[in-house]
Design a protein around this ligand. Structure first.
Ligand code: TEU
Length: 566
């Protein structure tokens, strides 16, 4: 809706704690490490920090598999460290958003341990089915024996047979991440209890992991086998997802002034209106449409070029589709995605394309989410060999592919894995040109990108023309220019093959955004429909000769300009 609130005016910063800063030199980032970098975040100017999971967990999916929702992973620190982090943020007028991962738990969570043993009241806390182990060969993993044909999002069947209980349990992700049974009111009550426990510790909101997956279709019917993820039509935006979230809103969220962002793979603008529209239970949603633009239609790992037409069409649809209805959560990369420079920009024009994409992110209608390292233009990683990857999704994919007859060795799929692996986003934050990028004094848990000698915080802060200083200026600009936050969005030059341009308008103030998405030098001509009396260049990533106005100019590779129009 169009109401003004703090979270619409906020720039969010996502921290992946394992890779942010290691305070005790064991090779793993931790909470005291983040505390030491609070002034860094304050200097950058961000308003809200979203922390990916720091709870006790066996780390099968690096924290998205939670063993205890009310405790901090030992490697990351203690509750006291967490409180110091929260207070340090609040003292600096920053807010803290925690990750809520409640579609599934770890298989080491007490609830699951009890559910396997059919201990009440936990017997129905998860989704158990008998299947037909007698079918086919009698092997419980014979596909005919499984309760249905659903795939896990990490590949392979979504069912694992539990010897102890003699039944299969559903897991939309790894076998170590069993799905909770949201139909059971006691499960929902326990989730609300966890939420209140954190909200009462004065957090400022939740990012909710795959929250549109919590409701599975009645009877768990077989899915269309031609879908990219078989079964997904039966668990993405399932029949009761919105209803459960409404209940959560009524019972918990409405009592607190917090922000909620649902991570929602597979939602359309129409779905988003239900979740985050006028009467929607949540504030914002992460959609994935722009993340699909370079993925093959049948195989997400079969990467192809994305096109500016599709990119512009997608963003325009979300900008106009939520206008007056809801609020966009804007991102170009996160801990699950390749680095934006390597994907939507150009490593050969690293600084230019990083700053151009940053300009885009901060001048759309919605709240920008900056992912750690983005503000210094970190890029994908030239992983030396298969053995350097650690992410479960990547490892499962490699395993699966190596079983195929047409794949001889890792290098046959090396390009796709190097481009698409989530590990690209998870290598240590590059603080300086010291060994291990100044992240740790020990062997880090995941390779450091060798470009750290050039791309690092210390050198970026020393260089006024760096990506870092551009982010800082851009964030300041957004704080001072309500038109960039609240203004209407209108695309200009809708068919231009190289330029993405748009106008934002708030009452009598306009902003003109002109972005060259490639390395050519196209000419920009302001459409005659855009009238103005005066124009001021608000920000640009190249020097601009002062008298040059917004009506027409030649762009340089990845150039970005924002003009204020009166
Ligand atoms: O990600 C959800 C999700 O859809 C991922 O499968 C994502 O699309 C994929 O990794 C892209 O390569 C969330 C978390 O952000 C992710 O880190 C977790 O692994 C996942 O949920 C399970 O909790």
């Amino acid at each position: 809706e169009s109401e003004r609130t703090w979270w619409k005016e906020s720039v969010f910063y996502e921290i992946y704690p394992r890779s942010f800063y290691d305070s005790n030199d064991n090779g793993v980032g931790d909470l005291p490490g983040i505390v030491r970098k609070l002034d860094y975040l304050d200097d950058l100017g961000v308003d809200v920090v979203w922390l990916t999971p720091v709870y006790d967990s066996p780390q099968a999916d690096f924290g998205y598999d939670i063993r205890d929702y009310r405790d901090i992973l030992d490697e990351y620190g203690t509750m006291d460290d967490w409180e110091r982090l929260r207070d340090g943020l609040h003292e600096r007028d920053m807010r803290l958003v925690m990750d809520l991962v409640v579609n599934h738990t770890s298989d080491e969570h007490e609830w699951f341990e009890k559910s396997r043993r059919e201990v009440d009241p936990y017997t129905d806390y998860y989704i158990w089915r008998e299947g037909d182990p007698e079918a086919g060969s009698g092997d419980p993993y014979d596909p005919d024996a499984l309760p249905n044909n659903w795939d896990s999002l990490f590949g392979g069947p979504a069912w694992t047979y539990d010897e102890r209980r003699g039944e299969y349990y559903l897991h939309l992700f790894d076998g170590k991440q069993p799905d909770l049974n949201w139909r059971n009111p006691a499960v929902r009550e326990d989730v609300y209890g966890i939420m209140r426990w954190w909200l009462d510790r004065d957090i400022d909101g939740f990012r909710m992991d795959v929250i549109n997956f919590i409701s599975k279709a009645d009877g768990l019917p077989d899915g269309d086998p031609s879908a990219v993820v078989t079964g997904s039509e039966h668990f993405i935006n399932g029949p009761h997802a919105c209803e459960y979230l409404r209940e959560m809103d009524e019972r918990v969220l409405s009592e607190y002034d917090v922000v909620t962002v649902g991570e929602m793979p597979g939602i359309s603008v129409e779905d988003a209106r239900e979740y985050v529209g006028r009467d929607g239970p949540l504030d914002m949603a992460f959609h994935f449409e722009h993340m699909r633009l370079d993925e093959g239609p049948d195989d997400p790992w079969n990467f192809r070029d994305w096109s500016l037409d599709d990119f512009r069409e997608t963003f325009t649809r979300w900008q106009t589709g939520l206008a007056g209805e809801g609020w966009n959560a804007l991102y170009l990369n996160n801990h699950d995605q390749p680095r934006m420079v390597s994907r939507f920009g150009d490593e050969a024009y690293r600084v230019e394309s990083a700053t151009m994409l940053a300009t885009f992110l901060h001048t759309l209608r919605g709240s920008p989410f900056v992912y750690q390292g983005e503000e210094i233009g970190m890029t994908n990683v030239p992983f030396e060999s298969a053995g350097k990857f650690v992410d479960v999704e990547t490892l499962r994919y490699v395993e699966r592919m190596l079983e195929r007859d047409d794949v001889e060795n890792f290098e046959d799929i090396g390009d796709a894995v190097r481009y698409g692996s989530r590990d690209n986003a998870r290598t240590p934050m590059q603080w300086s040109d010291a060994p291990n990028a100044g992240f740790t004094d020990r062997e880090p848990w995941l390779t450091v990108n060798p470009n750290y000698t050039e791309v690092n915080v210390e050198s970026a802060r020393a260089d006024p023309d760096s990506v870092w200083h551009y982010y800082r200026r851009l964030i300041d600009l957004r704080h001072d220019a309500p038109v960039l936050v609240y203004g209407d969005y209108e695309p200009l030059l809708p068919d231009h093959p190289e330029i993405y341009a748009y106008r934002r308008t708030l009452e009598d103030v306009g902003a003109l955004v002109v972005l060259n998405f490639f390395d050519g030098e196209p000419r920009f001509d302001l459409p005659g429909s855009v009238a103005y009396d005066g124009a001021e260049l608000l920000i640009s990533n190249y020097e601009v000769e002062r008298p040059e106005g917004p009506d027409g100019f030649d762009l340089r590779p990845y150039e970005a300009r924002v003009y204020r129009l009166e």
